[in-house]
Design a protein around this ligand. Structure first.
Ligand code: WT7
Length: 647
């Protein structure tokens, strides 16, 4: 048990916030104290930063596992993200610097976005969408995607965004589960130098009858040829031209549903995670402001997530726009037309806050620092990471190569279910530890417990739980409250079970160790995939690594590693030599128990379109089982390439 933590425990580097950031820390640091004294009072204060139509009088109504936050208050979420800033005299502030993959650009101010959303709200109403109705948004990274979400919010419709890479059957499954009556999509979008058609996927999804969709609203982007269903399909630009410019927003109760977002469970059907209005907006805005030390008047913020995932919802649309942030939005992939693209964008717009995922960082590492360093990145002052544990090597590379050796990196832990950041350093306050998410944000209560639910001691590992309700928590699983109870609340009573393993270090700070389904048990010893990956990636020859626990006759589970070598080493060493070196390296770094049974040198790793390594699929490969569902895989050919390496 203690072996597995040693590698991360040995990480002793510490980085205090730079001077310019620390200036704000006096007031920000006080937030912990304030929240500690009076947690509900603290959240009420944060909620009052929003513009309410009817102020709330009650903060929390908690009937485990159902929470209502600020529930007797009313507000309009879109007004909070748009009109409020225009009314405050900031209509000329840029909301979005949008850059298309072919290099076309659009700049939209808060006044522009407000006008767009008002018109679109009228369009939705004219198409029969009413408060409480569900709208499926199947759009790539276009300003219209932001507008679509906010227009739904404005009229109280519930959006369910579906990532643009999903298949027709996945899209249909979500449309049916949510009971959507309208789909908003586009003809096509740019990806890797080509137009990638989206409308045909919607047509295919809706081909079989039995759905409730009456209209498909189509944004023109790719200019590709598409089929058209008269009476059902409506061009966005035509409907907008016909719509009224004025729209008076109605206020909705704090607990009015805002969106449903589907996320894959461990098995079977995706879960429709339901988020509601005021609590969600309170916590996304609060965390966006304080985790990144946001100064809305001067910062240029860029979150590279896709709008179809929760990070896009919370940290492109709702949190940043509630804060009146100027942000960059980018269509397409980072390596098109060249791997210098992201860095050129940072230089062009003077991006100050950059928020991306460890998988992207490791890809940048693999490509080599010369691409990153070809642009002037001196505008950057805060870097963020999200999506999976970030290994200390990637963290250091991010800080050194992207951040010029001085820029703080905040590792933010949260989930679709939590709605907003839960565990993270605050850029202006926290002394950073590479590879650790560190501390719950003010107002959030977290613990690490053993299987019986008892809090583990410092230095020990266990399961991550949230011990009290939080404003942006999921309210239920859409249409399946039983599953909501079972998945998150059955295990530990009224504490939320996150499904992640974690450990407390000697300061009581938190290190995430990956999903508990990725925690292996080898000869009765618990090993973390994240930890072994971290060790592998720390080796000079490794570009990227994924580890799975494959079933093993003798040891229960065995460690199987899939490794991409840096080109230089791939040229120099034989496959056998590399495998041997890496097995020894892990054994030396973590302990013999962690030595991989097998190391497969592979040309690529199977990833979902959101960039998560598909460990389940690797496990299937390692165990030579029939490969399960691969519909979410970004590149199907990767599997064939790996299979040809497995001897
Ligand atoms: C799972 C949630 C959070 C938005 C994107 C993913 C893992 C997320 C971290 C982090 C370690 C992390 C967890 C979590 N995860 N961020 N900073 N450190 N692990 O949302 O698809 O709902 O996935 O991602 O395992 O449970 P999601």
């Amino acid at each position: 048990m203690s072996d597995r933590i040693d590698h991360l425990l040995n990480e002793t580097r510490r980085f205090a916030p730079p001077e310019e950031l620390a200036r704000a820390s006096a007031t920000t640091a006080e937030l912990y104290e304030r929240a500690g004294e009076d947690r509900l009072g603290f959240w009420a204060e944060q909620a009052r930063e929003l513009q309410w139509e009817t102020p709330f009088t009650e903060v929390l109504d908690w009937q485990p596992p159902h929470a209502k936050w600020f529930h007797d208050g009313t507000l309009n979420v879109a007004v909070n993200c748009l009109d409020r800033h225009v009314d405050a005299g900031n209509g000329d502030r840029v909301a979005l610097h949008w850059e298309g993959e072919p290099g076309d650009r659009r700049t939209l101010t808060y006044a522009d976005m407000t006008a767009e959303v008002k018109r679109l709200a009228n369009v939705l109403t004219s198409l029969g969408v009413k408060a409480g109705d569900r709208v499926a948004i199947y759009l790539p990274m276009l300003p219209e995607a932001v507008a679509a979400m906010l227009a739904c919010a404005r009229i109280g419709a519930v959006h369910t965004a579906v990532f643009g890479g999903f298949s027709p059957s996945n899209l249909r499954g979500r449309i049916d589960d949510a009971g959507a009556t309208l789909v908003i999509t586009t003809d096509g979008a740019w990806r890797k130098g080509k137009v990638f058609a989206l409308k045909p996927t919607v047509d295919e999804a809706l081909r079989e009858p039995g759905h409730g969709v009456t209209n498909v609203l189509v944004v023109k982007r790719g200019e590709n040829d598409i089929d058209w269903v008269d009476g059902r399909d409506v061009w966005y630009h035509e409907a907008m031209a016909d719509a009224e410019a004025e729209h008076v927003a109605e206020a909705f109760p704090a607990e009015h549903p805002l969106f449903i977002l589907y996320t894959s469970g461990t098995t079977g059907r995706p879960k429709g995670i339901l988020h509601t209005s005021a609590g969600y907006l309170t916590q996304t805005a609060f965390t966006h402001r304080h985790v990144f030390d946001l100064q809305p008047e001067r910062d240029v913020y860029w979150c590279t997530a896709d709008i179809g995932w929760v990070t896009g919802h919370s940290y492109i649309v709702y949190g940043p726009m509630a804060n009146g942030t100027t942000q960059v939005m980018h269509e397409g992939t980072f390596d098109t037309p060249t791997p210098q693209r992201p860095w050129q964008i940072i230089e062009r717009y003077g991006v100050t806050i950059f928020y991306t995922a460890p998988t992207a960082i490791r890809t940048f590492m693999k490509l080599g620092r010369q691409h990153t360093q070809s642009s002037d990145l001196s505008s950057l002052r805060v870097l963020g990471s999200v999506g999976e544990p970030i290994n200390p090597e990637a963290w250091m590379w991010y800080r050194d190569v992207v951040g010029g050796g001085t820029t703080p990196v905040v590792d933010t832990w949260w989930q679709t279910e939590t709605g907003a950041i839960m565990i993270s350093a605050l850029a202006s306050v926290t002394t950073l530890k590479p590879g650790s998410a560190q501390v719950p944000i003010p107002g959030i209560e977290i613990d690490v417990v053993d299987e019986q639910g008892s809090s583990v001691g410092e230095g020990d590992g266990g399961l991550l739980v949230v011990t009290s309700p939080w404003p942006s928590m999921l309210r239920t699983i859409w249409g399946d409250d039983d599953r909501y109870r079972e998945t998150y609340w059955e295990k530990f009573g009224d504490r939320y079970f996150a499904g992640d393993g974690a450990r407390k270090d000697d300061d009581g700070e938190i290190w995430l160790l990956g999903r508990v389904d990725d925690v292996m048990n080898v000869s009765g010893h618990r090993l973390s995939t994240a930890e072994i990956e971290s060790s592998l990636v720390a080796h000079e020859s490794t570009a990227e690594a994924a580890v799975v626990g494959a079933s093993d006759e003798t040891t229960g589970q065995a460690v199987v590693a899939f490794v991409i070598l840096k080109q230089r080493f791939a040229d120099e060493l034989t496959v056998e030599e590399s495998e041997d070196v890496l097995r020894k390296h892990v054994a030396a770094e973590i302990g013999a128990i962690a030595r991989p049974r097998q190391v497969f040198i592979v040309p690529d790793l199977p990833k979902t379109r959101s960039g998560k390594i598909m460990r389940r699929l690797l496990r299937d490969l390692a165990e030579r089982r029939e490969i399960g569902d691969t519909t979410t895989l970004a590149d199907q050919s990767v599997v064939d390439a790996i299979q040809s390496q497995l001897r």
